[in-house]
Design a protein around this ligand. Sequence first.
Ligand code: ELE
Length: 220
Amino acid sequence: MMQSESLTASALARLGPIIPVVVLHRADDAATLARALLRGGVRTMEITLRTPAALPALRAVAAEVPEMVVGAGTVLTADQVDEAVAAGARFLVSPGATVGLARAAVDSGLPFLPGAGTVSEMMTLAELGLTTIKFFPAAASGGRAYLASVAQPLPHLTFCPTGGITATTAPDWLALPNVACVGGSWLTSATAVRTRDGEAVTALAREAVALQPTPGAPAG
Ligand SMILES: O=C(O)C(=O)C[C@H](O)[C@H](O)COP(=O)(O)O
């Protein structure tokens, strides 16, 4: 499999305006879904380690659809970092981060988007050299107003807000100067995955890559 050695978290966040967050119950669906996303122009895909199918799904996409930059989400432990790397993940995402997890992820050499919801968590991650951060759960943790306020004291940090974001609200998030991309599960809804509706996924992907920041969106 092609590994992109030089991919950084910052470059990853700029591969497209959205990183789809995917929950899979059948590993067999993974490659089909990856191709459906690619057809719509989405080049990244985060498979969450929340189901037994997740690691085989990662392996399948890494082996069968090398054009897709596939990563592991919901990475909670150092052991899961190792498992994701072994399965062929090209990036790692977590909902929050302990220092132990962050160190293991950094040591893996893969781009890592650690989750943070407070200023102190963001500062801890920055101290570890992690400056591209997933703001999670974005809508529930204070929304755009919170992240806009963070830009003043923490101008060196860039965010990928995730959690409660939709195609309708994404353009407002993308308008924030400290937002590089957003994450969301709406492209690969449970129904679309269960019914293997590749056309629906491609249509949502196409819509997502065309998302533009809302011009002049107010900060809060
Ligand atoms: O599993 C993880 O690593 C998470 O941090 C959670 C996911 O990013 C959110 O569940 C996606 O949020 P929705 O788009 O609102 O469904």
